[in-house]
Design a protein around this ligand. Structure first.
Ligand code: GLU
Length: 374
């Protein structure tokens, strides 16, 4: 394999857990033993210095039984009611098992909007960064209770991929009820072979190979897994599909269990910089002084004090071109203030932001992680 120990060498890992692994569909109860074993694995990752984010399904599966809803497809409002009931139980279960390892769980419910609207994207990203820095294990699910059809992800494979991209995770693990990607449909073809590795972009060939009909747990199938791989790899994250039906699925992964790795050609940092520099359309410009130019060149953030001028109308979370006094482009970045607020704080000390704006915003006007040098 190209990357040596792709799981063990990951610093920030997102683990997606499907309903069918976690929930007994008849009883609507959580598979406690399985979850305890997973918590052991997560604690081991943490002991190895890895940050872990969980994206878990199962809220609807747990909640529908408690509300006595019938089998079969639910109406949207019934799923929403079920999610409200089930999520609290799910979160409790995670909290219980991780507390045994002195790990704190932080529940974060997101909608598609949070990953598409840049302002909310920045917020969600900052909250998750802060939770990770403080040592918590974020537990993420879609906010099914308020998400209407148009603003739903609908499946947690894609949600987990978006989360991976949002927080520049280096690895996304999809715990599934299948070992990985096969060259033919393993349900019908006994000699179907597992594909251990897919490199670079996902070609039509690879997609055809799997067939769109291979169904996996919950609402996802191979199709949503490909979509997830495309999003994750576009953000420079590796993705692995492995079988979560066994106990200790992460430990098994480190021991070489069957799986399929999707390996991108860039790392999250490079991919994010590429996205900022090449994909985002700048909405305005900021002119900075020599001190700020030097700071940027040595990998630091831009503080309000270094900003001389603001050009154009933009919102918090928009992309801006950063120019030196002589008009030369220094780079591009995502700005943490709207143009109106940036006007008010430019040239001032960070400690004065609150008095000037009436709220305590971020210290940096463009954070170094949100900046790509020209
Ligand atoms: N958000 C849904 C739930 O927690 C699951 C979506 C999925 O299975 O992908 O029940």
């Amino acid at each position: 394999m190209g990357v040596k120990k792709p799981f063990e060498s990951s610093k920030r890992v997102v683990i997606k857990i499907g309903s069918s692994l976690l929930v007994d569909p008849e009883q609507g109860s959580v598979h406690r033993k399985w979850l305890e074993a997973l918590a052991d694995d997560i604690a081991q990752c943490r002991a190895n210095g890895q940050q872990v984010v969980i994206v878990s399904s199962g809220a609807i599966a747990v909640g529908r039984r408690h509300l006595g809803l019938r089998d079969g497809k639910l109406k949207l409002e019934e799923s929403q009611a079920a999610a409200a009931t089930g999520m609290i139980r799910l979160a409790h279960a995670y909290q219980d098992v991780l507390a045994h390892h002195n790990l704190t769980v932080a529940q974060v419910l997101v909608t598609l909007d949070d990953s598409e609207s840049r302002r909310r994207y920045l917020n969600a990203r900052n909250t998750l960064e802060t939770l990770l820095r403080l040592g918590a294990v974020p537990l993420i699910n879609e906010n099914d209770t308020v998400a209407t059809d148009e603003i739903r992800f609908g499946d947690n494979d894609r949600l987990a991929a978006r989360v991976s991209a949002m927080i520049s995770a280096d690895t996304l693990v999809l715990l599934s009820n299948i070992d990985g990607l096969y060259d033919r449909d393993p349900r019908y073809e006994t000699d179907a072979k597992l594909v251990p590795e897919v490199r670079g972009a996902i070609s039509q060939y690879v997609q055809d190979m799997a067939g769109s009909s291979i169904s996996c747990d919950g609402s996802g199938g191979m199709v949503t897994k490909f979509e997830a791989a495309r999003i994750a790899m576009g953000a420079g994250a590796r993705m692995v599909i492995t079988n979560g039906l066994h106990s200790h699925p992460l430990r098994r992964l480190t021991k070489g269990s069957a799986c399929t790795w999707f390996l991108p050609d860039a790392n999250p940092r490079t991919a994010r910089k590429r996205w900022i520099a090449g994909v985002l359309k700048p909405a305005g410009e900021i002119i900075v002084d020599e001190g700020a130019v030097n700071a940027l060149k040595s990998g630091k953030s831009i503080l309000p004090a270094g900003v001389l001028d603001i050009i154009g109308q933009f919102d918090r979370g928009d992309a801006v071109i950063v120019r030196a006094r002589d008009g030369l482009e220094v780079g591009r970045g995502i700005i943490a203030y709207s143009s109106d607020d940036a006007q008010r704080i430019k040239g001032n000390k960070t400690s004065e932001i609150e008095a000037l704006l009436g709220y305590r915003g971020r210290d940096e006007i463009v954070h170094r992680d949100d900046f790509a040098l020209e």
